[in-house]
Write a protein that binds this ligand. Structure first.
Ligand SMILES: Nc1ncnc2c1ncn2[C@@H]1O[C@H](COP(=O)(O)OP(=O)(O)OP(=O)(O)O)[C@@H](O)[C@H]1O
Ligand SMILES: [Mg+2]
Length: 316
């Protein structure tokens, strides 16, 4: 691809997160707490992925659905600010998706989401011309974009591949707790996925195995090219046809625990497009996620910031 920036398309959820500053832990039971403010931040897995991808230097398109309210404006402003091309289906009858995100200084979070307009996104909103020429197509915000769950996602990832792109998928936590039909809706996508991302709980749930490494291998046997397991403060593990590669996390203060996985995914996919070694891609992604985690005022680090951060650390 030479020195031209890679072209990447992210398909999925557009959500505004209302995030509390990190709070001290609550006692169990009814609680009344005070915070100095709520920070309205762009969120949604695919939105975070797109903003991070563009911040790293990729020419990035986001495809999703919003309402016609002030949260839609907030998202549009952020896409514009970060140079992301947004192809948005607009449903004026529904609110833009939003999440109440309670965060604690321990890193614990409680997220409550109203998917709103995201539920209206359809396969017809992803025409071939929108993905033609892309080097990479990423799909996330899987459950909130309920019109694309299962077969439509498999179809669009297969189309992306036929058009020459690599593909990735992160389904995140199932808000319905992984009933069998929802696991199957993920599994039918796997043969069309080059990189499947998830945390240990998600990988184990989709594979039906309690060991994360065995689960990752099982997902490969079900069709995923490689599997990347997010492991929080322990970093990440990659399962490829040639083996298992581990990469430790960077030790940073926790200021912004929402969206680390998406930032990680974008940085990993970006690094992989430039084809460094798998170990370097994991390290680059852990570093980008650490920068996101430690400062909510700069949630999407640039390529230069990630490289400078990596230079300051001896190889971990
Ligand atoms: N406490 C931490 N310290 C350092 N890095 C972290 C920490 N937590 C997360 N990370 C980084 O962020 C990446 C993704 O975070 P995590 O493992 O929490 O994924 P996730 O559960 O999929 O998160 P998300 O809900 O954001 O999708 C990790 O692989 C790691 O690189
Ligand atoms: Mg995740």
């Amino acid at each position: 691809m030479g020195s031209r920036p890679p072209r990447v398309v992210a398909i999925g959820d557009g959500i505004v997160d209302l995030v509390t500053p990190p709070m001290e832990d609550f006692a169990p039971g009814d609680v009344q707490a005070e915070v100095p403010r709520f920070d309205p931040l762009p969120g949604g897995n695919a939105t975070n992925f797109a903003l991070q991808m563009s911040s790293l230097g990729a020419s990035t398109t986001f495809i999703g659905a919003v309402g016609s309210d002030s949260n839609a404006k907030l998202l549009r402003d952020r896409y514009r600010e970060y140079g992301v091309r947004a192809r948005l289906r607009i449903d004026p009858s529904r609110p833009t998706g939003s999440t109440m995100a309670l965060t604690w200084s321990t890193g614990r979070r409680a997220l409550v989401t109203n998917p709103g307009a995201n539920a209206r996104l359809r396969l017809s909103d992803v025409p071939l011309r929108a993905i033609r020429g892309a080097h990479h197509v990423h799909r996330s915000g899987f459950w909130w974009t309920s019109g694309l769950v299962g077969k439509p996602t498999a179809t669009l990832l297969a189309r992306a591949r036929r058009l020459g792109a690599t593909t990735s998928l992160d389904v995140s936590t199932d808000p319905q707790g992984w009933p069998a039909d929802r696991i199957q809706a993920v599994r039918i996508c796997l043969p069309h996925v080059d990189v499947f991302f998830g945390n240990e709980t998600e990988i184990c749930a989709v594979a039906g195995d309690k060991s994360p490494i065995r689960a990752g291998k099982r997902l490969r046997s079900l069709g995923a090219g490689e599997v990347v397991i997010h492991q929080g403060e322990r970093g990440a593990t990659l399962i490829t046809p040639s083996g298992v590669v581990r990469s430790p996390a960077f030790d940073v203060a926790i200021d912004n625990p929402t969206g680390c996985g998406d930032v990680f995914n974008a940085a990993y996919a970006y690094a992989k497009l430039a084809r460094p070694s798998v170990g370097e891609s994991l390290r680059f992604a852990n570093a980008a996620a650490a920068l996101h985690l430690r400062d909510r005022r700069r949630p999407y680090p640039t390529r230069g910031e990630v490289r400078r951060f990596l230079r300051r650390f001896a190889p971990p």
